[in-house]
Design a protein around this ligand. Sequence first.
Ligand code: GRF
Length: 197
Amino acid sequence: MSVVPTRIAILASGSGSNAEAILRHFEGSETVDVAFVGCNRQESQAGIYERTRQMGVETTRFNKAELLDGGLLQALQSKGIDWVVLAGFLMHIPEGLVRAYRGRMLNVHPSLLPKFGGKGMYGMHVHRAVLDANATESGITVHWVTEAYDEGAVVFQAACAVEPNDTPESLAERVKELEHMYYPRAIAACIAEHVTS
Ligand code: GRF
């Protein structure tokens, strides 16, 4: 018996370290195929192109208009994409895309939602806000993507300590380690559950 793999797309905007962790996790997988990696920023502004190139994977650029006018959705559908995973993707996902992939679109957020989430809470802004609030722990949240920023149901959380001498950068690094370790596994678990239910 042969398994038909679930085809996933990764959408990212930045350095692509989460994209790399996801690609590595599913390398050689019989059940999940990373069939598309897309980025909304140009190559000079996003490390993901070079990072994936070194892995022999192409990152495709798309622009804001394609995201908003349904062009990206069409491209995903024509490639037979079953699931979309956001990995440091900084643009708002339009309703049409959310609807098309409802229950099959995940995001990772670098804090313990609902704390430090919502509009404007991305990248270093999150870690700065955690430090400004004197929080003693932070972490990651994997959640379903809905129309509202960072408000979909939580799938998984993992926490880490905030150290007294942390800078936003050192905290970001600790949080990223959690993302790299757990996000791919959470994706795999959600897909496995979906396939068998
Ligand atoms: C991650 O911390 C992610 O949670 C956040 O943006 C960062 C992206 O990092 N949304 P990278 O591009 O995967 O290295």
